[in-house]
Structures are given as structure tokens and as C-alpha cells.
Ligand binder design. Sequence first.
Ligand SMILES: C[S@@+](CC[C@H](N)C(=O)[O-])C[C@H]1O[C@@H](n2cnc3c(N)ncnc32)[C@H](O)[C@@H]1O
Length: 226
Amino acid sequence: MLEDSRVDKHKDNIGGGSFWNLPERNYSNLPTVCWDFVASLYGKNELLDILEIGVHRARLLTWLTSQYDIQVSSYTGVDPYAGDETDPYTGAYWKDKEEADNVWNESNSIFEKHGHSLLRLYSQDYYSESEGSEWDVILVDGDHRYTEALWDFEHWFNRVKPNGIMIVDDYGNSDTPEVTRALNEFIRNNRHKILKSAYRVLPFQNKGKEIPISKTIVFLMRNEIS
Ligand SMILES: C[S@@+](CC[C@H](N)C(=O)[O-])C[C@H]1O[C@@H](n2cnc3c(N)ncnc32)[C@H](O)[C@@H]1O
């Protein structure tokens, strides 16, 4: 049993940010994990076409351009910034359409500053618009509901170039179990299209929570079969 003084110390430290190995503030290193992996896969002189489904505040592009020596030919972001009652992110990322408009404007400025395109569209609409296009890297991080996530995986993997990769965020995240189910289903149905796969497990801390949980970032490489 712990001595009283040690128990008190624990109490003092919870919320103070120095409790053993608990981090002092929220963190998430998704951009580092993604871009480290991409940098390890491609040569410094390879020009990459990158597509991100679900962009929010353009955090991935910001990290890419500020921290990495990855050569980008095109970086396209797709996000509806809906903010209406049909949007699963209303109440979490923005309270209404007006706030979603503000986030869209700020994120669009970041894309414009770097000469890239942020399209205020649903993934499904951009899929129809972009027929015939292929990407080296497609990050899927949009609608996290089962049917929508599975739709994204099933469709966007077909638009990855041979030996290119699809990156999926939020597998194994207890907050987004439908992504996990959808990716399991996708892999079950599409093994013949996957050349190799890799994963990285990431601890992260939700806003306002003391204790980190984890999620897995999954990398799926496309083979030559169309
Ligand atoms: C988890 S956030 C993306 C985070 C971003 N990838 C990052 O790493 O910072 C999810 C985003 O997906 C967008 N979204 C929701 N439904 C979508 C859809 N059908 N197509 C594309 N994006 C969608 C939301 O508006 C939201 O901004």
C-alpha cells in the first residue's frame, strides 16, 4: 500500500501535467508518422501527386511544407466543411455552418499560399469529377461512419497508382470503431489488390482528457492489378 504522502503527490500531479509518463498537453503526431513514412518510401527527386480526403485545418499540408523535403507535384484536399445537421462533425469541429465557413476560409488560404487546391466537396462528388486521375499517395481521413468509410476505401484505393499508397487514419481508435470495422472489411475483400501493408501505433490525447489512448495508422501499397 502507498504511503499517504505518495498518494497526495499523485493527486497533486494529476492535471498538473507531470504525472509520471503522462504528457503535459494534448499531442498527436499523425503528420510526422505519415510524412516520415512517405519520405522513407520515395526518393528525394520523385515528384508526388498527393490527395487528402478530409482536411479540416490543413495540418498535414502545413507539416509537409514546413518540415519535410518531399517533392510535391500536386496536393489536392477535399472536404465539404458542411457544418449542417447532416454533418457528423457538427458539434465537434464546428458548431454551425458559419464556423465551418471560417475553417474552410482559413484552410483554403493555407492551400493557396502553397499553390495547392482545396476543394469544398464531398469525397463522393470529387470521385466522379476526377475520373481518370491517379495519385501516388491518398490519405483517407474523411467521414468516419462505417458505410462512408468503406465507400472511401473501396473507391479511392482504385485511384492509387501501382506501388503508390493509401494511408488510413484512426484504425483501432476506440472513438471511431466504424473505421476499424470498415477497414477490416475492405482488406478482407481486396487482398488481391494489396502488395504490402504497414502500420504505426500512435498514442494520442483527446481534448480535455488526462489519459492518452491509441490509434493505428495503416499504409496499404497498391499492386499492379487494376
Ligand atoms: C478527422 S478530420 C480530418 C483531419 C485531417 N486529415 C488532419 O489530419 O488534420 C475529418 C474531416 O473530414 C471531413 N469530411 C466529412 N465528410 C466528408 C466527406 N464525405 N468527404 C470528404 N471529407 C469529409 C470533415 O469535414 C472533417 O474536416
